[in-house]
Ligand binder design. Structure first.
Ligand code: ATP
Ligand code: MG
Length: 289
């Protein structure tokens, strides 16, 4: 039905009641953009490792990066908390924003960036210190106020590790199993109260049980954090993520090098069932990579 607007004379306002058969569903609020990458390329010296990265990461969602080895997933992830600054040869071109602010602006403090945007690496890397100290170190350095015992307990509980370690907080973090060490690293990352967690293949060294625990954990904590995860495990991307970005590589014929590029990013269901690009389809169906 087409409705045309006619000027109406203002009179007394009558209360209108809708027939009970009409159900009014309020529109779902649009998710907020946390990161926006536009035309990002990353170079190591003269070598362009990855190009054409255009992606938005939304608040309280899990965004997965998938694609064959060497396509630049880790490189792009490191752009989001300026970890590439720590690699002398690395140079980022294009624009990366964090909540609308240019992350690479000269007034932005990279140390503060890394406090707000935590990272969990592929290989669990606890400090050679006690479980307690592993978690307390970050909040101490960041000057987070509050009772340290409470801060440590809260972070270990959020990481799903508290019950396993509460009676031995003074033993070395290195004495834990691989899956426990990875959860300790997650506790350490969330103890500084970041807003975002960047996870680079956090389960690649773990067995299916430890992997399932970390996947559950991600679902539980995504209400508080925004998560970007790099994974080679496509079932994992399909299980845990809301959106998926697929990267691939193209051979540079002159130099015989490979540059990564972002092919497409979309709702995870769409990427795995009806992707727009043939290269994505070939990859997710196992015909390539
Ligand atoms: N510190 C570095 N110095 C020089 N080149 C690098 C560095 N880190 C990565 N590269 C190069 O950049 C490209 C992308 O690497 P990156 O580690 O981002 O890929 P990836 O998609 O994470 O791969 P994988 O799945 O194997 O972890 C590769 O060609 C790699 O050799
Ligand atoms: Mg990587």
């Amino acid at each position: 039905m087409v409705m045309t607007a006619k000027p109406v004379e203002c009179g007394p306002v009558e209360e209108i009641s809708l027939p009970s058969s009409i159900v009014v569903t309020p529109a779902a609020p649009l998710p907020k953009v946390v990161f926006g990458a536009r035309d990002v390329s990353v170079y190591y010296g003269d070598f362009r490792a990855v190009r054409d990265v255009n992606v938005d990461v939304y608040e309280h969602q899990i965004t997965a990066f998938i694609g064959p080895s060497g396509c630049g997933k880790t490189t792009v992830l490191r752009c989001f908390n300026r970890m590439n600054d720590l690699i002398d040869a690395a140079r980022v071109e294009g624009s990366v924003t964090y909540r609308g602010v240019d992350l690479y602006h000269r007034d932005v403090n990279p140390v503060e960036v890394r406090r707000r945007i935590g990272m969990v690496f592929q290989k669990p890397n606890p400090f050679p210190k006690s479980i307690y100290e592993n978690v307390a170190y970050g909040p101490k350095v960041a000057g987070i106020k509050g009772n340290m015992d409470d801060i440590v307990e809260k972070a270990l509980r959020s990481a799903g590790l508290w019950d396993e370690v509460k009676s031995r907080l003074k033993v070395s973090g290195m004495s834990l199993s691989g899956g426990q060490q990875q959860r300790l690293c997650i506790a350490r990352a969330i103890a500084t109260e970041p807003e975002v967690l960047l996870m680079d293949e956090p389960c690649s060294a773990l067995d299916p049980i430890a992997t399932a625990r970390i996947e559950d954990l991600m679902q539980q904590i995504k209400n508080e954090f925004t998560i970007v995860i790099v994974t080679h495990n496509m079932q994992q991307a399909a299980r845990v993520s809301d959106r998926t970005a697929f990267f691939t590589t193209e051979v540079n014929s002159e130099s015989d090098t490979r540059t990564g590029l972002l092919v497409e990013v979309d709702e995870t269901d769409k990427i795995f069932s009806k992707p727009s690009d043939e290269r994505t389809e070939n990859y997710v169906t196992g015909r390539f990579g």
